[in-house]
Design a protein around this ligand. Structure first.
Ligand code: ADP
Length: 354
């Protein structure tokens, strides 16, 4: 018999296979008619379970069950707002790392971009997801300027259907990393007007699951605050780990602490935090000047410090030019600090593989 491909399976086969899936108490997990759709392409198969509020464990259990029955097929299981592809949710050995800031303007996008480029320089295949739906700045930071909305970008997520990989939106590429942003649908200077929990949830899940990412690690720039976007990210996206970036003032850390509580309530692991703009190295006297008071809230909450980025005008100047600092000055002190952060993140992901 030849190698089994996904085309060998169909709705009836998947229904039959899932008929033997059992709950821990021995009852049948799924009624065969709950399998709403099966789509196959090459050795990939997407299965949609027609249940709006699936239990968190249902998707991984159904995935393991099907993967055992059809070992040569990569399964993607969808149900309600959840998607599971194996591993930590986005696929074996694949991760979503989200960068949170609590407040706006603390350096979240700067960290996301420079961290992504640092990981890429370390040999990791990286994509950036611009999750800041009200201020999608990442294209600008990477020197991509969208003046017109592209036609044909439908961001609706199909609720009882699944798109095969070949029909997904292609991410843009820049400096060797992939990028997808709401900024590609909304021209610069136009407010994206993305309000409402359902719409926000749909767009964020679209950006992660209906884009044809090749990357193993998606770095996601999270929106500030603890609003709809964050609630969605924490509940509906399989985040491998979170990184906080914040300035040292107590007020900034207080807001980050609120986000931390939300993540912990939703069992999102936190990798650590980055102190940004803590000090300025005086160009005249070469002394270090502390710019703000120093709050220890995040360290007190048990988060390790991954790195300290000083205030440096080069960071904002290179960002405005669309050429991030770690590329322009790859051996400088800031790139060195990013290398420390990148190594810590990489080690953490390797330790949290499953
Ligand atoms: P956020 O994503 O949290 O809103 P940004 O990354 O957009 O924040 O940063 C806000 C502004 O501060 C940008 O102009 C950015 O270039 C600048 N900035 C961020 N970190 C530093 C730093 N360490 N030194 C100097 N400017 C910085």
């Amino acid at each position: 018999m030849g190698r089994q491909g996904a085309t060998d399976i169909d709705l009836a086969t998947v229904r039959a296979a899932l008929d033997s899936l059992r709950e821990p108490d021995g009852t049948r997990s799924l009624d065969p008619n709950e399998i709403a759709d099966v789509v196959t392409e090459g050795n990939w198969a997407g299965v949609v379970i027609g249940r709006d509020e699936p239990s968190e464990s249902l998707l991984p259990r159904a995935h393991a069950h099907l993967a055992t029955a059809f070992p040569n097929i990569d399964f993607e299981i969808r149900a309600g707002r959840l998607v599971f592809r194996g591993g930590r949710g986005v696929g074996e050995g694949r991760h979503v790392v989200a960068v949170f800031g609590g407040k706006g303007g603390v350096g979240k996008s700067t960290l996301a971009v420079n961290l992504a480029l640092t990981l890429s320089a370390m040999g990791v295949s990286v994509g950036i997801v611009d999750g800041d739906l009200s201020a999608p700045d990442l294209p600008h930071l990477l020197g991509i300027h969208q003046t017109e909305a592209p036609s044909g970008f439908g961001w609706q997520l199909l609720s009882r259907k699944v798109r095969p990989p070949s029909q997904r939106t292609q991410p843009q590429e820049r400096f060797g990393i992939e990028l997808m942003s709401v900024g590609f649908l909304v021209p610069e200077r136009v407010a994206p007007v993305l309000a409402g929990r359902t719409l926000v949830s749909t767009v964020l899940r679209y950006l992660v699951f209906d884009v044809a990412w090749k990357a193993d690690v998606l770095v996601m720039d999270a929106p500030p605050g603890t609003g709809d976007e964050l609630q969605t990210m924490a509940r509906e996206l399989p985040l491998s780990g979170a990184i906080f970036v914040t300035t040292p003032q107590d007020l900034a850390q207080m807001d980050a602490e609120r986000t931390l509580t939300l993540l912990r309530e939703n069992n999102v692991p936190v990798i650590g935090w980055v102190q940004n703009m803590a000090e300025l190295n005086c160009p005249h006297c070469q002394r270090q000047i502390d710019l703000f008071g120093s709050s220890s809230r995040l360290s007190d909450a048990g988060l390790p410090v991954l790195g300290r980025i000083p205030f440096d005008v080069k960071l904002s100047a290179t960002a405005d030019e669309g050429r991030p600092l770690v590329l322009g000055d790859p051996t400088g002190p800031i790139a060195y600090e990013f290398a420390k952060i990148g190594s810590a993140v990489r080690r953490w992901l390797a330790d949290h593989e499953n």
